[in-house]
Ligand binder design. Structure first.
Ligand SMILES: CC(C)(COP(=O)(O)OP(=O)(O)OC[C@H]1O[C@@H](n2cnc3c(N)ncnc32)[C@H](O)[C@@H]1OP(=O)(O)O)[C@@H](O)C(=O)NCCC(=O)NCCS
Length: 295
């Protein structure tokens, strides 16, 4: 049996961890750890998987807090004779669990190019260009770990007011399939969530139909235009109250409206901008339809 452990700095388990890290991560590169490298471990969260049968450490990694929300995963290693048996997966999911328990929202890491596929599999995203570290190619990657919980909270909140379901002809009914957080949305104030009911490409001509949710008073979808993309966009107010603002060009605000349930807006054309702000005490829920002019 394999058991996850949180490891004390300079303990017997820490010695095992150092041996594993040296063998898997340093010796193949002809390198070793300096005292300075190891001092960095003292304030970090040290994690390992230990085989209960042999009492040996078979995988390890380290979480180094960067700030209150972000933690860096480093020194991920699985013993050579135990690789490709799911231990890296278990180590990574234990690290994500601990990071979330400690209140972090995002994990960042420097992935060796050869291990990129492993992290991509678990939804880590590549940030920026390839760079060299310890003499070999790396990529920076990150993953939002708290979004899952946050997504569910948004769906739960919206469900207090409306029942979201899609009935595609002849197919099973479904609810929300994804929540995207825009923080901010087009430089507006606060946060906007996009709740998808359609899969990407499911609507003809790649049109968009999605719920937009501004949970709290003051949350805003900032000014943006659709003319340059040859789009027309409709807002259908489903719940709540909103202040809707039209602007021509960069500065010229021409109209403001108080919108409520049932109201529909439409925008298209060059240089026309719109924005909406939640002006009520309940979530503002809008169904957004975006169409395209024929090419
Ligand atoms: C990279 C490493 C941590 C992965 O751990 P592991 O226990 O071997 O991986 P798992 O068995 O959990 O693999 C899970 C999945 O990821 C894939 N995967 C594992 N290593 C991979 C790699 N290097 N490249 C692409 N995919 C990889 C596996 O094929 C498997 O896919 P499957 O579920 O479709 O079969 C481990 O192989 C290792 O320590 N490698 C050497 C040191 C290293 O590169 N560390 C990472 C530093 S950033």
């Amino acid at each position: 049996m394999i058991q996850p452990h949180i490891i004390k700095y300079k303990s017997r388990e820490y010695d095992q961890m150092l041996t594993l890290r040296t063998k898997v991560l340093r010796e193949p590169l002809g390198l070793n750890f300096s005292d300075k490298d190891l001092q960095a471990d003292e304030d970090d969260i040290l994690l390992g998987l230990i085989s209960a049968d042999t009492n040996q450490m078979v995988a390890c990694c380290i979480l180094s807090p960067i700030d209150k929300v972000e933690v860096k995963l480093r020194q991920m290693a699985v013993a050579e004779d135990s690789q490709n048996r799911g231990l890296g997966t278990s180590m990574l999911s234990f690290a994500e669990y601990v990071a979330e328990q400690e209140g972090f929202e995002r994990i960042t890491l420097h992935a060796r190019k050869v291990a990129l596929g492993f992290y991509l599999k678990y939804n880590y995203k590549i940030i920026g260009e390839e760079f060299t570290e310890v003499g070999i190619p790396h990529f920076e990657m990150n993953k939002q770990i708290r979004m899952e919980k946050e997504k569910q909270q948004v769906i739960d909140e919206v469900s207090k007011y409306i029942d979201i379901s899609l009935t595609p002809f002849g197919k099973p009914q479904r609810g929300v399939i994804d929540v995207e957080k825009r923080d901010p949305m087009y430089d507006g104030n606060g946060i906007v969530y996009m709740l998808s009911v359609f899969e990407k490409g499911e609507l003809v001509n790649n049109r968009i139909g999605t719920y937009m949710v501004l949970l709290n008073k003051g949350d805003q979808a900032g000014f943006h235009e659709h003319g340059s993309k040859k789009e027309q966009e409709l807002y259908v107010i489903v719940h709540g109250k909103g202040e809707y603002i039209e602007r021509i060009g960069a500065e010229n605000i021409t109209r403001r409206f108080e919108l409520k349930k049932g109201n529909v807006t439409s925008i298209q054309g060059d240089n026309n901008y719109h924005s909406i702000i939640n002006s009520g005490d309940e979530p503002l829920i809008i169904f957004v339809v975006t169409t395209y002019e024929k090419a």
